[in-house]
Design a protein around this ligand. Structure first.
Ligand code: ADP
Length: 348
């Protein structure tokens, strides 16, 4: 049974008053009027005293709890700051502390739930993506083992197909690794002042053969003065490689152009193609992992569905983001901004 401070004070005061009256009644000189007065006085005096002492003790205990909660909050919240109400009432302060603590915990729970859902979805996606090339290669190898190996023509064709599936698997695993390393921060960006035009020229060179085979013209604008940006050479090369590779893959015929727009503070690089374009309803999702407008076409072109997710993460690491504009049947353009640096020929 839990008594309030008031009930406790009342019970104790009654007890003290009774003891006082009993004691005085033993003294013969004290009359009944005197006994009543003494009883009332001792009851009121002791009630008041006990009540104040109890309240003080409760107040002290509450303050202790409040301080403990505050310590706990500081430990949990780290450097997250919260407005202090400064109220003198410790109960109000405790209330606020508990409320902010609960809010924080709820946020953490929501975040964990989201991560868990994301993890499950990601594992399902990865398993599915890995299964496709593995099953294909497995199929070809088993067919060969079941006898097709004796036919030279079939053997070469099947071995080539199995090798192509395994190459695809290798690219997929490499892309997954890159993505996970960027996300976990294992890959540290090496920022430096770099010649953006030179970087793009090197990327274009890699794709010359692939473009020629499809009769696609690769164009790189050559602005003056030289374009220097503050970025990571290797990572921006990867961004440009993925964008140019997509532009060539999804352009049946026409041009792929790289242009630059120079402002005082930034340089915007745009990769524009005259390809098939992307329907509007897909535009907001193409940067998600494994999201493809046309799954079978992407796979057929050797796409892993991770190229744009990697682009997005690298640009985020540069404090930037990719913008996309597209018209079905006319083409697409992907652009991103990087902070401009002064080139050697511009320095005073
Ligand atoms: P993938 O490996 O499938 O190319 P990405 O992440 O690079 O994966 O791209 C996601 C999807 O966005 C592609 O499957 C494709 O449908 C679409 N896409 C990307 N770039 C282009 C482009 N230049 N033109 C048309 N569609 C594109």
């Amino acid at each position: 049974m839990v008594y309030s401070a008031r009930t406790m004070a009342l019970l104790l005061a009654v007890f003290i008053a009774l003891v006082t009256v009993l004691f005085l009644s033993l003294v013969q000189s004290v009359k009944s009027d005197g006994l009543i007065v003494a009883g009332v006085i001792s009851f009121s005096g002791s009630y008041l005293l006990i009540y104040v002492v109890l309240e003080f003790l409760v107040f002290r205990e509450i303050n202790k709890i409040y301080k403990m909660l505050e310590k706990l909050r500081k430990k949990e919240l780290g450097n997250i700051r919260r407005e202090k109400s400064g109220a003198l009432n410790p109960l109000k302060n405790i209330n606020e502390e508990i409320f902010s603590f609960v809010l924080l915990k709820q946020k953490e729970i929501d975040e964990l739930k989201k991560l868990e859902a994301f993890r499950k979805e990601f594992i399902a996606d990865v398993s599915h993506e890995l299964k496709t090339p593995i099953f294909a290669a497995q199929g070809f190898v088993h067919t060969l083992l079941d006898g097709a190996v004796n036919d030279k023509h079939v053997r070469n064709r099947f071995l080539k197909k199995a090798a192509k599936s395994l190459d695809g698997l290798d690219v997929l695993v490499q892309d997954l690794l890159t993505l996970s390393q960027i996300e976990t921060g294992d890959i540290k960006m090496k920022f430096e002042s770099l010649d953006l035009h030179k970087l793009c020229a090197e990327v274009i060179e890699q794709f010359e053969e692939k473009a020629q085979k499809k009769n696609i013209k690769l164009k790189l604008s050559d602005p003056s003065p030289k374009l220097f940006v503050y970025a990571d050479w290797q990572r921006i090369t990867q961004v440009m490689t993925n964008l140019v590779s997509n532009a060539i893959s999804y352009t049946p015929v026409g041009d792929v152009m790289i242009n630059f727009e120079v402002s005082k503070k930034n340089i915007t690089t745009t990769v524009r193609d005259t390809g098939e374009g992307i329907p509007e309803q897909h535009l907001s999702r193409i940067f998600e992992r494994f999201y493809r407008v046309d799954k079978s076409r992407s796979r057929e072109k050797g796409g892993t569905g991770l190229g744009l997710a990697i682009v997005k993460h690298i640009l985020e690491g540069h404090g930037s983001r990719a913008e996309v504009e597209s018209t079905v049947g006319k083409g697409s353009s992907f652009s991103f901004k990087l902070p401009r640096m002064k080139g050697d020929d511009e320095k005073d």
